[in-house]
Design a protein around this ligand. Structure first.
Ligand SMILES: *[C@@H]1O[C@H](CO)[C@@H](O)[C@H](O)[C@H]1NC(C)=O
Ligand SMILES: *[C@@H]1O[C@H](CO)[C@@H](O)[C@H](O)[C@H]1NC(C)=O
Ligand SMILES: *[C@@H]1O[C@H](CO)[C@@H](O)[C@H](O)[C@H]1NC(C)=O
Ligand SMILES: *[C@@H]1O[C@H](CO)[C@@H](O)[C@H](O)[C@H]1NC(C)=O
Ligand SMILES: *[C@@H]1O[C@H](CO)[C@@H](O)[C@H](O)[C@H]1NC(C)=O
Length: 484
């Protein structure tokens, strides 16, 4: 069953509808024509005024651009705004793809890029993705509360049709026109063409109710890989509210000099989930354990914290982080922005880091209360601010390789291989223990820490491919080298 949803065709359907009396139809037609003419004029005017604008103040804008978010992108001309009026791609839609993203902001971000790509591959009409409201973070934000939905739809229209909702006429009352299913993880284009596409002969709508890591890292055609990047780096823009406040944060930091963005992933959910309790009081360790047991989908319950840690599976503690930053030769003058939510244990756990690096900043200390208030209860919007600052920082250092760490790393590679220090936690905890029990001196420790990270600064490299073990591969979005 083919569904035609070309907007012009939909209008024609309406025009021919016997329900509308003829003269009303004529009035309506005239109005439509008039508004088309008016819009065309307006568009011309806008283009003209933009030309003027750019001629007159190009010097100024380029200076502003340099000091705003993506200086290297501007210099290298990597990011080019798509022409304002790209014509939509013409294709016969095979049906509607609805997706419910799961996880935190950055996991969902990667999934959105994947789902646009799947919709393009299968000639589907994508419904604006639904965001997770039930995850640990319980953020009620919809897509349009975080991303600029108009820009998302318009800038991709030469690839895929995106609509806000499935039109009613494609939905049957008892829901029999929709199939709910999670696609198989890490699938390639063959799976989508052979297993998913045929489902649209029976269903008008397929609803993917899980979206994390459903598309393979490697082995996809180049044009699909490039589309994933295009969605990520061009079509997904935060809302103007988030963009403006994020840029303000970046500007405040830059005015004080270069800065490191430290994604100190020492947050409650992370610790409960990973079972890492080093440095916590007994009460805290108990609280984290209770929390893990309370969440049904955190299946792994019994965890030995020290074992995890020695395998490199724990986020560095704030104390360990202070030691490593010192070993990496950051000094007391270094400006450090903590790109994280609430640090578990609060100021008590930050004391050592603060003692070593007094110029620590957080969004809460850089902005006045009122500016942050509207975002406060929306963890994804807060995370979006940290994402922007992290992408724009001089050096990015994540203490755990979660989704935010990986997406920011990829973004920084894309913006001209800007430095991200990718900590080797397994080696680091071993070195820290050896230093602390007196096996190696401070100088040896410093030397070893620096040597381990020489080649872990986000330099150009190809992704590691591990056949049949996608989880062990380098993640596409951490290093989408096809797009550079
Ligand atoms: C998608 O549409 C194009 C033409 O626009 C066609 O060449 C291609 O075979 C279609 N693919 C699928 C999976 O329908
Ligand atoms: C739903 O309605 C369709 C017809 O619109 C019918 O064929 C189908 O059997 C119904 N399904 C259920 C579960 O009632
Ligand atoms: C997704 O849909 C399938 C099939 O209806 C169902 O078994 C599964 O529980 C759903 N998963 C989620 C996360 O809703
Ligand atoms: C945020 O949530 C807390 C607790 O649920 C509530 O007390 C507070 O008023 C909320 N703040 C805003 C700005 O909505
Ligand atoms: C010091 O720590 C290292 C790493 O955990 C360990 O291998 C070594 O045996 C320890 N040495 C002493 C003297 O405790």
């Amino acid at each position: 069953m083919k569904i035609r949803t070309e907007s012009v065709q939909v209008r024609c359907d309406k025009l021919q509808s016997p329900m509308i009396p003829r003269n009303r139809l004529r009035v309506w037609f005239v109005r439509v024509c008039l508004s088309i003419v008016l819009w065309t004029c307006l568009a011309q005017l806008v283009t003209l005024s933009e030309l003027w604008h750019s001629h007159f103040i190009s010097g100024i804008t380029s200076r502003i651009y340099h000091t705003t978010l993506h200086p290297l992108e501007a210099e290298n001309g990597v990011v080019q705004a798509p022409p304002p009026f790209t014509p939509p791609r013409k294709y016969t839609s095979n049906g509607f793809l609805r997706v419910s993203c799961n996880g935190g902001l950055n996991q969902m971000r990667a999934a959105i890029c994947d789902m646009v790509t799947v919709a393009r591959l299968l000639n589907l009409t994508l419904v604006v993705p639904e965001l997770d409201k039930k995850s640990f973070w319980a953020d009620p934000s919809n897509f349009e509360d975080i991303f600029d939905v108009r820009h998302f739809m318009d800038s991709l229209r030469d690839e895929v049709r995106i609509v806000k909702r499935v039109p009613k006429r494609f939905l049957s009352k008892n829901g029999s026109s929709t199939l709910d299913m999670p696609p198989v993880s890490w699938s390639n284009e063959k799976y989508y063409l052979e297993q998913i596409l045929p489902l649209f002969s029976k269903y008008k709508v397929v609803h993917f109710n899980k979206t994390d890591a459903r598309l393979a890292n490697n082995g996809l055609p180049l044009d699909l890989q490039k589309l994933r990047c295009r969605v990520n780096y061009q079509a997904l823009k935060f809302t103007p509210e988030i963009e403006n406040l994020g840029q303000k944060l970046v500007q405040i930091l830059r005015d004080k000099g270069p800065f490191v963005a430290l994604h100190l992933r020492y947050e409650m959910d992370m610790l409960a989930f990973s079972g890492c309790t080093r440095g916590c009081t007994n009460e805290e360790a108990e609280e984290l354990k209770q929390m893990r047991y309370a969440f049904p989908w955190w299946r792994e319950k019994e965890i030995v914290s020290e074992e995890r840690r020695s395998q490199g599976l724990c986020p560095l503690t704030p104390e360990e982080t202070a030691l490593i930053l010192k070993a990496l030769a950051f000094d007391r003058e270094t400006q450090i922005y903590i790109a994280s939510g609430e640090i578990y244990g609060g100021e008590r756990r930050l004391a050592e880091l603060r003692a070593a690096f007094p110029r620590i900043a957080k969004k809460e200390t850089l902005l006045v209360h009122d500016e942050l208030q509207q975002f406060q209860n929306h963890s994804s919007q807060m995370a979006a601010l940290d994402f922007m600052v992290s992408v724009a920082s001089n050096i990015f250092i994540p203490t755990y390789d979660g989704n935010m760490a990986k997406l920011v790393e990829g973004h920084r590679r894309y913006s001209g291989f800007e430095k991200s220090i990718l900590l080797d936690r397994k080696k680091l905890v071993e070195l820290i223990d050896m230093h602390q029990n007196g096996t190696i001196s401070w100088d040896k420790f410093v030397h070893a820490v620096q040597r381990v990270h020489e080649k872990r600064m986000g330099q150009p490299a190809l992704r590691r491919v591990v056949v049949d073990k996608p989880k062990e591969e380098d993640y596409f979005y951490a290093n989408p080298h096809e797009c550079f």
